[in-house]
Design a protein around this ligand. Structure first.
Ligand SMILES: C[S@@+](CC[C@H](N)C(=O)[O-])C[C@H]1O[C@@H](n2cnc3c(N)ncnc32)[C@H](O)[C@@H]1O
Length: 301
């Protein structure tokens, strides 16, 4: 299966797991419902007649809703204009870092070269946060490609050692093509309200990739034990209504164990997933991370 990556390059995305997950999804999906959509790598690789997706993070949803408006050529023109105006490197167009930088800063030359332009762009974006394409470029050139704001609401990621390259272009091309031919609705709500408002019907399938209780990342700060229990109660209710779901979660990570999903999952069907925490090429590399996929249905592709 050809797996495409979301142009948000989202931390913790399911891109590398899609080959395994799609095999475990129902054979035929009418409406694919994703309450924790993040960068969107899952719905982008799932066949359905319709998509209903959601995230609590307004910036994520703003980026999706902005990128989806354009075809690839228009989008590339608009993004190129910003990159040229600020004088950032642009390896996709062959505008790379001068040799002198490459020699002087062997491993960090993109970051060193783009730093001043990136700071200027960040400053301009923070003065007027309406331009979501500015935010997208900050993400693409930013450290680890994270979307991070401080308590005062200012974007505060430092420059990264990356730029707009062929991978970014390919991801945008796949994404914009998918958006033009599919029916997708984005919501920006707490997943509880989102799931409550859906009028469920035959052929609905809910895939959930909630923040992990036992690992660290920006969005996991929003999650706690109570939320974890509440989520499983909600899934039990959906199961009682006959709605199909599948949920991924980490059960073991760096000495921590998520006993809540381990116990709850026994009511359903549990699949082990080879996650990106485990080396596919060298299974002698020791890691205690284990990811599972829990479903309330039998039928898989
Ligand atoms: C593990 S990430 C999803 C990654 C996604 N599967 C991908 O491939 O990019 C979890 C997402 O849940 C969102 N989130 C956290 N708490 C939420 C809540 N209460 N309601 C809805 N979304 C929430 C976060 O903003 C984050 O984008």
């Amino acid at each position: 299966m050809k797996v495409v990556r979301s142009p948000l390059f989202y931390v913790g995305d399911k891109y590398k797991l899609m080959g395994q997950l799609v095999e475990l999804f129902p054979k035929s999906i009418n409406r694919f419902i994703e309450p924790f959509v993040g960068g969107g790598s899952v719905f982008l690789n799932t066949k359905a007649n319709e998509y209903l997706v959601n995230d609590i993070d307004v910036n994520i949803i703003n980026i999706h809703n902005t990128l989806r408006k354009f075809d690839i050529n228009t989008l590339l023109d608009k993004l190129s204009q910003i990159i040229y105006n600020y004088g950032l490197s642009f390896s996709f167009k062959g505008i790379t870092v001068p040799e002198s930088f490459k020699k002087k800063y062997v491993k960090t030359y993109y970051a060193k070269y783009n730093k001043i332009a990136y700071e200027k762009l960040k400053n301009d974006y923070n003065n007027n946060q309406n331009n979501i394409l500015y935010l997208y470029i900050l993400l693409i050139y930013g450290f680890n490609r994270i979307i991070r704001f401080n308590a005062s609401g200012l974007f505060n990621l430092p420059v990264g050692n990356v730029d707009f390259n062929t991978n970014v272009y390919n991801a945008l091309k796949n994404y914009t093509e998918f958006m033009q031919i599919n029916k997708i609705s984005f919501k920006n709500k707490n997943y509880v309200d989102f799931l409550n408002e859906v009028e469920y019907r035959e052929g609905d399938y809910i895939y959930l990739d909630p923040p992990y209780l036992i690992s660290n990342s920006e969005y996991n700060k929003l999650w706690d034990i109570k939320k974890e229990y509440d989520l499983y109660d909600i899934l039990d209710d959906l199961n009682d209504k006959g709605i199909k779901f599948g949920i991924t979660n980490l059960v073991n990570h760096k000495g921590h164990v998520n006993e809540i999903i381990k116990t709850w999952g026994k009511k359903y069907k549990i699949f082990n997933i080879n996650s990106n925490y485990i080396s596919f090429n060298d299974n002698t590399i020791k890691t205690d991370s284990k990811e599972i996929f829990v479903t309330n249905y039998e039928e898989c592709i």
